[in-house]
Structure formats: structure tokens, C-alpha cells
Design a protein around this ligand. Structure first.
Ligand SMILES: Cc1ncc(C[n+]2csc(CCOP(=O)(O)OP(=O)(O)O)c2C)c(N)n1
Ligand SMILES: [Mg+2]
Length: 331
């Protein structure tokens, strides 16, 4: 990062967003420990710069597809933290009425078409959404974020091929955190070069330090502008690291000793703080931003813990065809 060109106000804003993502997930982990969350939580601690740099600059009507590790992307696209926490808790007022949970949050009001528990499945949905934009003559873009594990699944080939063949407005972002569950993904990735795979399908690529939030944002904006101008899809390889386990209960003992400790030194939030300090932002201001994020997310936790459960009858809402299902009695 060139100090002379540092946009301090924007970096501080992005750090605030990264702090909100981290505080949301720390609160979610506490909630899971307290048995308030049903199902698994996949924290993105250490990866917040990808969410903040890619999603925050998007237009509200741009579309986003995310993964099982999608809290950060969803928050950065503008979803309400309280509604998200209620969704994790399965409560009324959750983004999906409490039926989706952590891995299936969607919020169409902010263009968030859905997280997805099926690795790679969002890639073809993104190609379809981008095709719909093109057919309607819209100027939105679709952003599809997936992990380094997803590039080894069939939808990667299918979705990138379709998007390239039809010059669709979609930004494919591989959030490469080095691991697919308990496996170092480099050990199971033929050829090793993810960009080469995308280029073989006719999709231009860029690989960027995914812990440098301003570099991520600059790249996402530039690629997004080219896509919006009608030049077809791009593949953005954002290199980052999963600082915690695969889920909140995974101690990640399979990692080499010391590997994660070394990576904490590259924490994207600390990197942003160091830059802001060198640009003259005071310690008190940095601490105030961190405290505000924690206060907001603790309030979201408390709100969700006190929220009512959905009515049993609501299980039948938003279901496309319940013709074969007997009508519930006495609800
Ligand atoms: C089709 C499919 N296969 C396997 C799984 C089990 N699974 C859940 S997450 C995951 C690892 C995904 O790794 P990556 O794409 O790198 O995403 P990350 O978890 O690192 O964010 C696997 C194998 C799944 N959910 N879907
Ligand atoms: Mg991964």
C-alpha cells in the first residue's frame, strides 16, 4: 500500500466493517458454545478483508452468492446483523424466518441471493443469475464467492464455461484460505494454479493478497467495472488464511504446529490498524471502533436470545407446493 495515496477515511470504514464481521462471528461462536445455535458455524476469522473489499463497494442491486462461510459476505453486502443473528438462532425475524440458519442465509432486499451449504453449488446459480441480468439488459453484476475446495468440483468448470461462452456479468471470487475442511487444498489440487484453470476456460484472472483490504477493493472495483462494461466474467483469486478451525468446534489439530500462530501476524484487521496508525489515526479512535462493533453484536446476540420462536404454522409459509402434504391441524 502506497502511504501517500492512502485513503484514510475509506480504510477506517473498511476496518470498521471487518471489526463488525469479526464481532458478529465471535458472538455467534459464543452462542454456539451456549447451545443457542442449531447446526454448525463456520467462522471466517482472518478472511474479513475479502468480504469487506469485495462486497462493500457493490451496488445494492448487484447480486451476491456466498458459501457455508458467508456471514462476512452477507454483512458486507448490507444485511442487518440482528436479523442474521436471529436466523442463526432459528428465531422469528431471521432473514429467512429462522428456517435457513447460518449456512442458508439469503436477503433479496440487499441482493444477497444466498449462502450455500453445498460446496460449489453457488457457481452455477451465479451463472444463471448473471444470464438473467444479461437477458433483461440490466447493468448489475453478479458476484460469486467460493472456497479453494470448490475449484475441484464440477460446477467450477460448468459455471465458468457458461459465463465465458455467453460473456455474462459475473465476478467469480475464490476465497483461498488454504484449507478445505481438514485438508490442505494444495495437496488435492491438480496443477496447483487456480488462475490457469479459469484462463483455460476463457476467463481472465487476477491473484491478490486477500488480507490487504484496500488491494482487494481496488481489484474488485476494477474487475467489476470491466464486467459491468460488458466484457464478460473475471476470476479473482484472493489469497488468505483460515485462522480458526473449519467449524467453531474444530480445534484444527491437523495443521502443522505453529502454522496458524504465524498467520495471526498477518491478521487483516491488525494490518489495517497499523496503516491507520501510521496515517495519524489515534489509538483511542481505533479502540472506539472496535468497542462499537462489539457493542452492536452483543446487542444482536441479546436480541436473538430473547426473540420468539417461529410459529409452527410458519413451517408451511414460502413452500412452493404443499399440495401433497396434509393440512396441519389445530395450528
Ligand atoms: C458437495 C459437497 N461436498 C462436501 C461437502 C462437505 N464440506 C463442507 S465445507 C467443505 C470444505 C470446503 O472448502 P472450501 O471450498 O475451501 O471452503 P472453506 O470451508 O475453506 O471456506 C466440505 C468438503 C459439502 N458441503 N458439499
Ligand atoms: Mg478453503
Amino acid at each position: 500500500m502506497n502511504q501517500a495515496n492512502l485513503d484514510t477515511a475509506r480504510l477506517r470504514e473498511r476496518r470498521r466493517l471487518m471489526l463488525r464481521i469479526r464481532a458478529f462471528e465471535e458472538a455467534a461462536i459464543r452462542a454456539a458454545d451456549n447451545k443457542l445455535v442449531l447446526g454448525a458455524i463456520h467462522p471466517s476469522v482472518g478472511q474479513e478483508a475479502v468480504a469487506a473489499g469485495v462486497c462493500a463497494p457493490l451496488r445494492k442491486d448487484d447480486l451476491l452468492l456466498s458459501t457455508h462461510r458467508g456471514h462476512g459476505h452477507t454483512l458486507a453486502k448490507g444485511a442487518d446483523a440482528r436479523a442474521m443473528m436471529r436466523e442463526l438462532f432459528g428465531r422469528e425475524g431471521g432473514n429467512c424466518g429462522g428456517k435457513g440458519g447460518s449456512m442458508h442465509i439469503a436477503d433479496f432486499d440487499v441482493g444477497m441471493l444466498g449462502a450455500n451449504g453445498v460446496v460449489g453449488a453457488n457457481i452455477n446459480i451465479a451463472a444463471g443469475a448473471a444470464h438473467a441480468i444479461k437477458l433483461r439488459g440490466g447493468d448489475q453484476i453478479t458476484v460469486c464467492i467460493f472456497g479453494d475446495g470448490a475449484v475441484n468440483r464440477g460446477p467450477f468448470l460448468e459455471g465458468l464455461n457458461w459465463a465465458a461462452a455467453f460473456k455474462l456479468p459475473v465476478l467469480f471470487v475464490c476465497e483461498d484460505n488454504g484449507y478445505a475442511s481438514t485438508t490442505k487444498s494444495s495437496a488435492v489440487t491438480g496443477g496447483g494454479d487456480l488462475c490457469a484453470r479459469a484462463e483455460a476456460l476463457g476467463v481472465p484472472t487476477e491473484s491478490v493478497d486477500g488480507n490487504d483490504v484496500m488491494a482487494v477493493e481496488e481489484t474488485a472495483l476494477r474487475l467489476g467495472a470491466a464486467i459491468r462494461a460488458g466484457t464478460g466474467p473475471r476470476f479473482f483469486h484472493a489469497r488468505t488464511y483460515r485462522l480458526l478451525g473449519h467449524t467453531s468446534v474444530d480445534p484444527a489439530k491437523y495443521r502443522p504446529d505453529g502454522e496458524a500462530d504465524g498467520k495471526w501476524a498477518d491478521d487483516p484487521i491488525q494490518r489495517a490498524a497499523d496503516l491507520l496508525t501510521s496515517a495519524g489515526v489515534s489509538e483511542a479512535e481505533l479502540t472506539a471502533d472496535a468497542n462499537a462493533a462489539e457493542t452492536e453484536m452483543q446487542a444482536a446476540y441479546d436480541d436473538a436470545a430473547g426473540a420468539p420462536w417461529p410459529s409452527v404454522r410458519s413451517a408451511y409459509d414460502d413452500v412452493q407446493d404443499v399440495g401433497a402434504v396434509p393440512a396441519p391441524q389445530g395450528l
